[in-house]
Write a protein that binds this ligand. Structure first.
Ligand code: ADP
Length: 300
């Protein structure tokens, strides 16, 4: 049982010849629309991996809100705690992706800003039944803090993907079992530039009270550090088309693998493989692989 608490967005994606500078207009793109939001991406990735997923999120009272709840249901996600809020738009992300797969994203959070501690309280029962609680930072920080406190009181394992990058109080980090930042987020949390040794960044995060830190390193895989050991685990080599949501697929897959009682290192191998597969396809949720695809990919 996995509870994902986080954002829901509709992604408006333009594939463009190059990313525009401020004031520049770039012509020649192609448009597509997809379901996104870090919370929703991670919930979908976890569900495709075979996890029993409950998603706690807010959408707006617009057509996007209705559509996206139906989409979650089709993905096998339990949606009783996807709240439809009045007088607000569903979150929207404007995404540009260039020919090398590099992206640039602007988010209008809308209903995601409404997800409150009261909503978390309404979902107490599913939190009680959870093995793992997985969160990100596209919802109000007060809600993240409240949810983590509650999950820890219930003795749950808490995974936090501290994205988008921001500084966080030590009182919050000390309650996180596994922190999963990318390089930019790790830099933001520690104030240490990544040119320095990665071990220093990892140790600094541990010193903030996190039990285990997994820093994702794009095509280089990830770096896993706890008080006992530190090692880099490479990702399989693939041809990257679009890296949108690679970190989300990584986090969702990791959560399910851990709930299935795999060791941390086994779970990380699985998460690396799932995330590597996802960068070979365009889009956030459309690119999340299912369990059999990952298993076949690992068999080679
Ligand atoms: P984010 O998407 O949050 O920026 P990363 O870029 O670090 O996160 O990617 C997350 C994970 O996705 C990596 O740890 C790795 O497993 C996988 N990944 C990302 N880019 C590639 C790539 N080019 N080739 C293979 N795997 C990749």
């Amino acid at each position: 049982n996995i509870v994902v608490i986080g954002s829901t967005n509709i992604d408006m994606i333009a594939q463009v010849p190059h990313l525009p500078q401020a004031g520049e207009t770039v012509i020649g793109g192609t448009f597509s629309q997809a379901y996104g939001g870090k919370g929703a991406n991670q919930a979908v990735a976890a569900s495709r991996m075979g996890g029993q997923v409950t998603f706690i999120s807010c959408v707006g009272d617009d057509t996007f809100g209705t559509e996206v709840i139906q989409h979650f249901q089709k993905e096998g996600i339990y949606t009783d705690f996807v709240f439809k809020e009045k007088n607000v738009a569903t979150g929207i992300a404007l995404i540009m992706v260039d020919e090398k797969g590099t992206n640039s994203i602007a988010v209008a959070s809308g209903a995601n800003e409404r997800l409150s501690p009261q909503h978390i309280d309404q979902a107490r029962q599913v939190l009680e039944e959870a093995d793992i609680v997985l969160l990100q930072l596209e919802i109000p920080l007060a809600t993240v803090i409240y949810a983590i406190d509650l999950a820890k009181q219930m003795g749950k394992k808490v995974l936090l993907n501290p994205a988008p990058a921001q500084r966080l109080p030590k009182s919050l980090l000390s309650k996180v079992d596994i922190l999963i930042p990318n390089e930019i987020e790790a830099e933001m949390l520690t104030g240490i530039r990544f040119e320095e040794e990665i071990k220093i960044v990892g140790e600094n995060l541990l010193s903030l009270g996190v039990e285990t830190v997994i820093i994702t390193l794009g095509e280089k895989g990830c770096y896993v550090i706890d008080s006992q050991s530190a090692r880099q685990i490479p990702a399989p080599q693939v041809k990257a088309i679009d890296t949108t949501a690679a970190g989300d697929v990584f986090c969702g897959t990791l959560a399910v693998s851990l709930a299935e009682q795999r060791t941390l290192i086994e779970a990380v191998h699985f998460a690396n493989a799932a995330a590597a597969l996802s960068v070979t396809k365009v889009g956030a949720q459309p690119s999340a692989p299912c369990k059999s695809e990952i298993e076949n990919f690992l068999k080679g």
